[in-house]
Design a protein around this ligand. Structure first.
Ligand code: FAD
Length: 377
């Protein structure tokens, strides 16, 4: 069942200012990601890992809710590096990883198919929340016969510890790219997307060529654990935020105790298309003072003018609060299809003008302060 549309709660300003929880920003740097031999090459056993991670629920203190159980993570040396891992595996020498699972995320009424794909990298391709992996699909590049296919990027949808909390897997949230002939309206399988179809059709045990990790724009700034993070997504753009939210609310990370506010705006077609709704609804239940979750369902909801409800309409609805939070230093993130940005920018500009402000000035200030994070594709 979709929870998002019923789940709006009044905003509350995050109350914690306990500086004892401030993160000692990566004190040591004794792990070097460029030495690919630093990880243990222990074989991955999903069944025993699952059993182990199930038994790993521990009761620990979070800043806001002292009694919420969080999950122990390992290895905590993944917190040690000062800089994010970057380009450990390049196109010419990719890492061969193994598919663990492929799970359809959307219901039968969703237009299109989106899957959650867990990949075993054995701890050898570490990453930080907000980074992407490259995937080289099998086969020959049709434009360069004899050469491999071009790499495609995918935002990582798990925290650095992966869905099994052991630092050995990464998850992707992939929408199958299909092609409809504009004249006939019929699907043309010969023009379907190469890599997304390869990923969505893959089976446990299949091999997959990975590059990366890459990207710094969407890294979660952790210098202030009490900061506000406003996350705006359309569709699979929710991927990096799932990683952030697991780190904030699910995992017992010794060096990051989140005491701020996370506010997710998710735009999808209908309630069957919601992604990770159960996970997000659980955070809402457990951390009502620290998490807000608003969805725009374009084919089910109407905006105030009677048109389709897009994510920018939700932004407009809460624009006063959003602008105040930005004034207070909140980070704002945008991730998803390129087409989302013009509508959002127009709305933000209009709202700013109605408030007698210059959007251009505000935007350049947000960029200067490193509060503005955009990754669209
Ligand atoms: P391609 O084979 O590259 O084809 C691209 C499109 O062209 C398809 O829609 C295909 O149907 C169409 N096409 C193919 N042949 C023809 C033809 N002859 N004529 C007309 N059209 C044709 N995607 C996700 O699903 N999840 C993510 O988290 C994600 N994160 C990303 C992060 C970044 C930083 C970037 C840059 C992109 C991200 N993407 C993500 C998009 C992803 O990289 C791919 O672009 C996407 O999956 C499509 O790749 P493909 O190989 O399936 O399609």
């Amino acid at each position: 069942m979709a929870h998002c549309i019923f789940s709006q709660v009044p905003v509350r300003v995050p109350i914690s200012s306990d500086s004892s929880f401030r993160r000692p920003v990566f004190k040591t740097n004794n792990v070097t990601f460029h030495d690919k031999s630093w990880t243990s090459g222990k074989p991955f056993n999903l069944r025993s890992e699952n059993a182990r991670s199930r038994s790993r629920f521990v009761v620990c203190m979070s800043v806001q809710q002292a009694s919420k159980p969080k999950v122990a993570v390992s290895p905590v040396t993944l917190e040690d590096a000062k800089e994010p891992p970057l380009h450990l595996y390049k196109n010419k020498e990719p890492y061969t990883a193994t598919i663990v699972s492929v799970e359809r995320l959307v219901g039968p009424m969703a237009p299109g198919e989106t899957s959650h794909i867990v990949i075993d990298h054995g701890g050898n391709v570490p990453y930080w929340e907000g980074q992407s992996y490259g995937v080289i699909p099998p086969g020959e590049n049709p434009k360069k016969p004899g050469s491999p296919q071009n790499v495609r990027l995918y935002s990582i949808a798990s925290s650095r510890y992966g869905d099994n909390f052991d630092g050995k897997t990464a998850s992707l949230c992939v929408r199958r790219a299909v092609y409809y002939d504009p004249e006939t309206g019929k699907e043309d399988p010969s023009r379907k997307g190469v890599c997304s179809n390869f990923l969505c059709d893959s089976k446990p045990g299949d091999k997959i060529q990975l590059t990366g990790p890459s990207g710094k724009i969407m890294l979660l700034p952790e210098d202030d654990p009490n900061a506000t993070h406003i996350m705006i997504a359309t569709g699979t753009g929710v991927a990096p935020y799932r990683g952030y939210l697991r780190r904030m609310f699910l995992e017992d990370v010794p060096t990051f105790k989140f005491g701020g506010l996370a506010w997710l705006f998710l735009g999808v077609a209908n309630s069957d298309s919601l992604l990770y709704d159960d996970e997000f609804s659980k955070y809402l239940q457990d951390y009502p003072d620290q998490f807000r979750y608003d969805c725009a369902l374009s084919r089910e909801q109407r905006n105030k003018s009677g048109g389709k409800m897009y994510v920018q309409d939700k932004i407009e609805e809460y624009s006063d609060e959003i602008f105040k939070l930005l004034d207070g230093g909140a980070h704002i993130y945008f991730c998803g299809l390129k087409g989302m940005m013009p509508g959002i920018q127009d709305t933000l500009k209009r709202v700013a003008e109605e408030r007698g402000e210059s959007w251009d000035e505000r935007l350049s200030q947000l960029k200067k302060n490193k509060q503005w994070h955009v990754e669209v594709y």
